[in-house]
Design a protein around this ligand. Structure first.
Ligand SMILES: Nc1nc2c(ncn2[C@@H]2O[C@H](COP(=O)(O)OP(=O)(O)OP(=O)(O)O)[C@@H](O)[C@H]2O)c(=O)[nH]1
Ligand SMILES: [Zn+2]
Length: 211
């Protein structure tokens, strides 16, 4: 890889793609909503322990929903050439998201694999950044999985993509049906990764660290 390639990979703007938080974020609006919410559940927002809570949630939501309003082009604008058309797979990318039904967390891992076309590859960290981009917003796991797959497929003109996510949903654990041990697995498979042999190779790589 040339020096220029490295420079591009380390591009600060790409690194900070959504570090600024959600586009159009209204932190004061969030603070007011939290005060109202606390009152509405029968709490006293003026008691000492809760006084700073609206502020804290205002800052926390900026992180939790930092992907809102940002697009994959911010992450994938750098790509480079490596002489390979073989499968690349990054396994066990930690993810934290929030389900759009209950605004409770779901978390787990994503496995992201692709087959480049004409040696056009993405920096490995960009696969994890794509997961972040789509996880950091109110989500459902299926859509998160599909969005990462579609963004990668289009963003680097990949020949094929596979994304598998495995998540625990707090809305199924701490309330409602209360199944704390259940884990949800979703997959999205695109292009030549749909081919049975290629898909089987990817799945064996993904499963190789599972007992
Ligand atoms: N498909 C899918 N469902 C999800 C996800 N996260 C949460 N859910 C589900 O969203 C559904 C919402 O169902 P509703 O019947 O509208 O809400 P609810 O009465 O709170 O449902 P219960 O959780 O069954 O008590 C629940 O079945 C959740 O388990 C997700 O990522 N994907
Ligand atoms: Zn939920």
């Amino acid at each position: 890889m040339s020096d220029t390639d490295f420079d591009t990979l380390l591009d600060d703007k790409a690194r900070a793609a959504h570090a600024a938080g959600p586009v159009g974020y209204d932190e004061e609006g969030v603070r007011q909503a939290v005060r109202l919410f606390l009152k509405s559940i029968g709490e006293d927002p003026e008691r000492e322990g809760l006084l700073d809570t609206p502020d804290r949630i205002g800052r926390a939501c900026k992180e939790l929903f930092a992907g809102l309003g940002h697009g994959p082009e911010e992450v994938l604008k750098t790509r480079f050439k490596v002489d390979t058309d073989e499968m690349v797979l990054v396994r066990d990318i930690e993810l934290f998201s929030v389900c759009e039904h209950h605004l409770l967390p779901f978390h787990g891992v994503a496995h992201v694999g692709y087959i480049p076309s004409n040696g056009q590859v993405a920096g490995l960290s960009k696969l994890a950044r794509l997961v972040e981009l789509y996880a950091r917003r109110p989500q459902v796991q299926e859509r998160l999985t599909q969005q990462v797959a579609d963004a990668l497929m289009e963003g680097i003109d990949a020949r094929g993509v596979i994304v598998v996510t495995e998540c625990d949903h707090m809305c199924m654990a701490m309330r409602g049906v209360k199944k704390a041990q259940s884990r949800t697995v979703t997959s999205a498979v695109r292009g030549c990764m749909r081919d049975a042999t290629t898909r089987a190779e990817a799945m064996s790589l993904i499963l190789s660290n599972h007992s």
